[in-house]
Design a protein around this ligand. Structure first.
Ligand SMILES: Cc1ncc(COP(=O)(O)O)c(C=O)c1O
Length: 375
């Protein structure tokens, strides 16, 4: 069955007691047992598991080509849940422009658990190979990356990790399973901030891990989530699943619009560089063509006039919304270094753009007036 069909039907269960097509939301925190003590419906307590969380997991696993999925309260909770299960003394290799939340976790929190990290430019596979040590347990990949849209050869990087006995974790938030399926390229675990494209409407926070195989580390992470409690609430699970149903058509349109916007920006004298893997000028374009079916709806641009010009452009947008995050139906723009704060490593002339579902002509017109010469 084609992906567009599976995304609509994955994990779909008609409620047997009412026939409801849209899934019910089960808010109950506790579940009844029979006189012998057996849980009647297989559930006992909301932090252990609950029907809406189960339904979302059943939908997500096959969409990424995995055997199992676990959903969490946020993308950060999902990633950190995995890192939390590593034994002290472990080493993790992160991309040098990993989502800044994970850099923060690696620098501020993982050392307290006896876990050390290195950050390398993963587009250079030699640098990745050199960074892997005997105690490396995880190679963390993000492609395209946030916010520089760097592209990593996922199959080659996963091959290096596998040979070293390390787990390959791929943050697939930007690409989504519509465009890229890292488990098919040799990855072991896929991470999503479901707050983004999977939810799709800027109204729910969540995270997911999808595992190529059951067994370890799935079992350990599930057990740890049960104890530590970073579960996905029933309503949040329900909202993410509702978003997933329209994922394929949203991402297809958003991706096509992003390509049109990127082409416009590349030709604009107000723009020094555009980071978008769909442009032949992007250094990772050929790899992206191999491992993605289209290039996604995230891009970043560097203002020709530097930081001040970038800030001026962002202050002038009328249609784009000045806000962080991504993956919703409305187009967003932000001065990324301001969002990331004083520790940011993002260039000061960079604006990050999330393309929504508006018409490309209107978005281009807005960027043109925002970037253009003003009296
Ligand atoms: C690529 C990427 N990964 C992970 C996260 C973290 O997700 P959340 O904000 O849901 O914790 C984000 C958030 O922006 C992200 O952009």
């Amino acid at each position: 069955m084609k992906f567009e069909t599976r995304v609509v039907h994955a994990g779909l269960r008609i409620d047997p007691s009412t026939g409801a097509v849209a899934p019910p939301i089960y808010l109950s925190t506790t579940f009844v047992r029979d006189p012998e003590g057996t849980p009647l419906g297989g559930y006992t307590y909301i932090r252990d598991s609950n029907p809406n969380q189960d339904q979302l997991e059943a939908a997500l696993a096959p969409l990424e080509g995995g055997e199992a999925a676990l959903v969490f309260a946020s993308g950060m909770a999902a990633g950190v849940a995995l890192l939390q299960t590593l034994p002290p003394g472990s080493h993790v290799v992160f991309p040098d422009d990993a989502y800044y939340g994970f850099r923060g976790a690696a620098e501020e929190i993982l050392p307290n658990w006896g876990i050390r990290s290195d950050f390398v430019g993963m587009e250079d596979l030699g640098a990745l190979a050199a960074a892997i040590r005997p105690e490396t347990r995880v190679v963390w990949l993000e492609s395209p990356s946030n916010p520089l849209l760097k592209v990593v050869d996922l199959a080659a990087a996963a091959g290096l990790a596998r040979r070293a006995g390390a787990l390959t974790v791929v943050d697939n938030t930007f690409a989504t399973p519509v465009l890229q399926r890292p488990l098919e390229l040799g990855g072991d675990v896929v991470l999503h901030s479901t707050t983004k494209y999977l939810g799709g409407h800027s109204d729910v926070q969540g995270g997911a891990l999808i595992f190529a195989r059951r067994g370890e580390p799935y079992d350990r992470i599930q057990h740890q989530r049960h104890i530590l409690g970073a579960v996905s609430a029933p309503f949040n699970s329900w909202l993410v699943l509702r978003g997933v149903r329209t994922l394929a058509c949203r991402v297809a349109v958003q991706s096509a619009t992003a390509l049109a916007v990127a082409r416009f920006l590349e030709a604009s004298p107000a723009v020094a560089a555009v980071h978008y893997p769909g442009l032949p000028s992007h250094p990772g374009h050929d790899i992206a063509r191999r491992q993605m079916s289209a290039f996604g709806a995230m891009l970043s641009l560097r203002a020709a006039g530097g930081r001040e010009a970038a800030l001026r452009a962002v202050s002038r947008v009328r249609l784009f919304t000045r806000a962080t995050s991504l993956g919703g139906v409305e187009s967003l723009i932000e001065h990324r270094a301001t969002t990331e704060g004083p520790a940011s490593r993002t260039p000061q002339d960079l604006l990050r753009v999330s393309i929504g579902l508006e018409h490309a002509d209107d978005l281009i017109a807005d960027l043109e007036q925002a970037l253009g010469p003003h009296p």
